[in-house]
Design a protein around this ligand. Structure first.
Ligand code: SR1
Ligand code: MG
Length: 421
């Protein structure tokens, strides 16, 4: 199959095209008994569930264009290569955190992997008001392990530099992030959309010089600070959950970038889910307890990120940065701790900057979030979105002023009590 020219799969052609791939067939049983459904509802790809007599498998295939927009926006198939390679690295750096990959076909842009069932996309679960024990801890550790172990704090530097060169090829997906996240929300870009009641706030944000400059500072950090291998699109639609089990999926935007990008994007999506709750509440105030839980997850993500990062700093600092030979081996462990605290402070500032910008682009740009979009009433949706926009502005522009997560969550709660539209 890999020697054939690329062809998009369909439920009808899939058994014939993948039926002879041992890694898939062995898990499913005879192809003539496979039942295939296309279930992709993301922005970019085809996703199939294959149910066979012996089990189920997910098959993801890149399309040569952006699914959300259509063939007018071509997008290279090589993103499947980056997704596959990121999954392999994440599995090694944080075992059990991502689905197991069974088969990769570069020419057909196919990744076949473990079907997680009865898991659902976290975003859906957050709209339904479900709590998941240990979620913040898992996600905070995932960030610490993948970001630390993919950096020059840990990796042999020649290996990291070669990997950096490999992932530099994911330029088209970086280009999507660079434009859709950091630039388009701040002017009247063609593909933007927003809830009409937000017009006055949108005008205010687009005329806010501090915010525009901040967005470009964050874009520069994203584009130029190749600190580690990022997931690159770590939002609540890239996490699957079932009870206390969580897995991270979809790293096709993987690239080398600043640690705060993944953490900031992740936290932003929880904060928007927090503001969206009144739009999904069964009755007024029915979701206030749930909103508290969402904020507790945000706190856990950051606290578990810092504690795991600290653990790795003390036990796995094997790269070229802050070498033990310069610090601990000289009796200067205290200086190493000082350096660690300064590094975490820099990651914290980046995290808040990226968090604020992500909150803007999911409300003003092309790619929105279901938590907001599925609020049918325009006025309710606008009220929820406006709070997110205001918090986003405060976090991004004021990123150097926040002393810790308590201050961020206090502000989130205060803004939740206000009306901006
Ligand atoms: C055109 S792609 C739009 C968005 O979908 C992906 O999930 C990324 O977040 C991207 O920015
Ligand atoms: Mg995705």
């Amino acid at each position: 199959m890999s020697n054939q020219e690329y062809q998009a799969l369909t439920p009808a052609t899939l058994p014939e095209r993948l039926g002879q791939v041992a890694a898939i067939r062995d898990r499913l049983g005879a192809p003539d008994a496979w039942r295939v459904r296309e279930v992709g509802d993301g922005n970019l790809n085809l996703v199939f569930i294959i149910d066979g007599p012996d089990g189920s498998v997910i098959v993801k295939q890149a399309l040569p264009y952006v699914r959300l927009v259509g063939e007018s926006w071509p997008l290279p198939l090589k993103r499947a290569f980056f997704e596959y390679n990121a999954l392999v690295r994440q599995a090694a750096r944080d075992p059990g955190s991502v689905p197991e990959v069974f088969h990769f076909d570069e020419a057909q842009a196919i990744v076949a992997m473990e079907f997680l069932t009865p898991h659902v996309i976290l975003r859906k679960s957050l709209m339904e008001g479900r709590e998941h024990d240990g979620l913040g801890a898992m996600l905070g550790r995932f960030c610490a392990r993948t970001l630390f172990r993919g950096s020059d704090l840990s990796m042999p530097t020649a290996e990291r530099k070669a990997d950096l060169a490999t992932f530099a090829g994911n330029a088209e997906l970086c280009d999507i992030t660079e434009n859709l996240v950091f630039s388009d929300p701040y002017f009247d870009a063609e593909m933007n959309r927003h809830t009409p009641q937000l017009d006055p706030i949108v005008a205010m944000l687009r005329n806010d010089f501090d915010l525009k400059v901040t967005a470009q500072h964050m874009k520069m950090t994203f584009a130029n600070n190749a600190e580690t291998l990022l997931h690159g699109d770590l939002h609540t639609g890239s996490v699957m959950v079932e009870g206390a089990e969580a897995r991270v999926i979809d790293p096709e935007f993987a690239t080398y970038g600043p640690m705060g990008f993944d953490i900031g994007m992740l936290i932003a999506n929880f904060l928007m889910a927090y503001y969206a709750q009144p739009g999904h509440a069964e009755r007024p105030d029915a979701r206030t307890g749930y909103q508290d839980w969402i904020l507790s997850v945000v706190a856990e993500i950051w606290s578990n990120f810092t504690s795991e990062f600290t653990h790795l700093w003390r036990t796995e600092r094997t790269g070229i940065l802050y070498q033990a030979s310069l610090f601990e081996d000289q009796g200067h462990a205290l200086a190493s701790e000082h350096a660690r605290v300064e590094r975490l402070a820099a990651i914290w500032r980046d995290t808040l900057g990226f968090c604020g910008i992500e909150m803007h682009r999911r409300t003003l740009g092309l790619a929105h979030i279901a938590e907001y979009d599925e609020i049918a009433d325009d006025a309710t949706r606008a009220a929820c979105e406006a709070r997110g926009l205001m918090l986003g502005r405060a976090l991004a522009v004021g990123r150097a002023e926040f002393t810790g997560m308590d201050a961020v969550l206090d502000l989130a709660r205060r803004i939740n009590q206000e009306d901006f539209v």
